[in-house]
Design a protein around this ligand. Sequence first.
Ligand code: ATP
Ligand code: MG
Length: 582
Amino acid sequence: MDYPVIHKPALEDMKVKPNIQDYHESQRDFSWDLLKKELDGLEGGGLNLAYEAIDRHVKKGKGDKVAFYWEGAKGEEEVYTFAQFKVQSDKFANVLQGLGVEKGDRVFIYMDRIPELYFAFFGILKAGAIAGPLFSAFGPDPVKDRLLDSGARVLVTSPNLRAKISGILGDLPDLKHVVVVNKNNRHPEGLQPGDVSYEEAMAGASEEFTIVRTTEEDYDIMHYTSGTTGKPKGAAHVHRAIYQQYATGKWVLDLHEDDIYWCTADPGWVTGTSYGMVAPWTNGITQVIYEGGFGAGPWYRVMEKYKVTVWYTAPTAIRMLMKAGEDVVKRHDLSSLRYMCSVGEPLNPEAVVWGVQAFGMPFHDNWWQTETGAILIANYPIQDVKPGSMGRPTPGITVGILDDNYEEVPTGDEGHLAVRPGWPSMFKTYWGNEEMYNSKFQNGWYITGDKARKDEEGYFWFVGRADDVINTAGHLVGPFEVESALLEHPAVAEAGVIGKPDPIAMEIVKAFVALKDGYEPSDKLRRELMRFARKKLSSFVAPREIDFIDSLPKTRSGKIMRRLLKARELGLPEGDTSTLED
Ligand code: ATP
Ligand code: MG
C-alpha cells in the first residue's frame, strides 16, 4: 500500500500563487488577530457573519460582483450579485422581525438548494437569530426530532417538503410560524391555511435593515452531526467561527478573487454551510450552486459550463466518479479547474492518485468535524501530498495523538486524535446537553472521537472512528486501512469493514464489499479478494470474512455507517437511523 508522494508543483507552474505562501513567506508568528483585521466587525462593535459575508463587499464597492450562479434541478438559471444578495437577505430579516423573531431564536430551514435558502439563511443571521439548516431529503421523524430538540420558532420550507411533514407540525409547541417558499410556483399544491407566504411577505418587506448587534460569542448556526456513530447531536456555533472559516477558505481551499468555486455539499451538512456559504462569501468569491443531484455527466457539465476553478467534494462522490470512469471526464473541457479538495470521510489513496490520472492534479484531503466548525488538518497547495494522509494542522491549531489516559504518545503510534481547545470555530455546546459537551474535554484537550497517527514529518493519518477500531488477537486494526486495500482490487467499488466478535481473537476483521458493474459475487472472487488483501496487509489485518452486498449503508451525506453493518451482522437493534440514505 505504498503510494509514492505526489510532489508539490513548482511555484512557477501554478496558475496562481497559493495564499498560504504569503503566510509562510512573511514568517509571521501566528495570531488570529491578524485575520480579524482582514474582516470589518460591525460598526460600533460586535460581529455578524451575514455582514462579513455580504454587506462588507457591497460597502467596499464589490456590489456588482456575482455572489452566485444558480442552476435549478430543471435547468433554470439565476445569477445574484452581492448587492442583490444584500437586498434579499435584508428583506427576509425584516420578514422575520415582522413575525416577532428575536435575537437567539432558532429558525430552521428545510429546503431544496434554491436561492431563497441562502437569502433566508443570511436573513436569519441579520435578525440576530440562530440558523438551523436541515437536509431536504429528511423524512418527518428526523425533522421533528431536530425541531423539538432545538425549540425552533420558525420553519422556512417549500410546499412539497411541507406536505411531507404536515403530520408533525401539530406536535411542535415552540413552532410559531411556517414560512413557505413557492419558487416560480414550482409546486401546484401551494400553501396551507396558516402558512406565511414567502413571496407575499417579501413583496411587502422593506429593503432597509439594520443588522441586529451580535457578538463573537452569540450563537449563529446549529448543526446536527451526521449520525454516523450514534444519535445526531446539535452542535451550536457562534459568530467567531467566521475568523477560521475565512482563513481556511484562503489557505486550504486557496480561494482567490477570480475563482469560481463549487462546493458539492448540501447546506443541510456543516460542509455546506462552513464551506458552501461562509468561507467563499467572507472571501468575496463567486460560487456555483447546483440544485441537481449527483451524476458524473451532470457534474462535469456544471464544471465545464461555469468554468469552475476550485472544487470541494467528498470521498463517496469521488468513488462514484471513479466508478463512472475517466472517459466521462475526457468528454468535458475542465481546463479551468486548478484545485480540488475532499472532506467527510477518509479519502482512500487510490482516489487521490486517480485525481492525478483523471484531472491532472490530486484531491487534497482535509479533516474536520461538525464540532470543529472549520478545517483543522489539511493538505495545502504548497505541500507534498502523501496519498492517504489528511495532511498537517492548519496555522494556529495544535493537534495531539493521545493514549487512553489522554497523554501524548510517541510519534508514529496510534491514539486518540485530539485538539487543543480555543480555536475560533470551536462549537460552544451540544444544544441542551452540556454534560456531553463537557465529556469531550479531557486533560486540556478536545477529544475528537477519531483515532489517528502522526508521522515524522507531521502528517496525520486517519485510522478510524474510536468506536470502529477493531481489536483482533491483541492488534488494533483501523477499518480504513483494510477498506483502502480492498478498494485497490479492480472488482471492488466500495468496502466497509467491522470487527465481528470472536471467542478466540476477541474480534475478527470482516469486510462487506460492493462490486463494480460487470463483476458478480462468487466464492472464487471472495477467495481472490482475501488473498489480495493478505498480500497488501499483514495476515492478521486482512479480512477473515467477506460478504458481498449491493451497496453499503450510508448517511445521507455519504458516510459509511459501519455501526449498521455491525448491528445487522449481529442481529442487534439498529439505533438511530434518521440520517440513513434511502
Ligand atoms: P456523528 O458524530 O453523529 O457520529 P459524524 O461524526 O459523521 O457523525 P460529522 O461531524 O459530519 O459527523 O463528521 C465528522 C467526522 O467525519 C470526523 O470525526 C471523521 O470521523 C470523519 N472525517 C471527516 N473528514 C475526514 C477525513 N478527511 N478523513 C477521515 N475522516 C474524516
Ligand atoms: Mg462525530
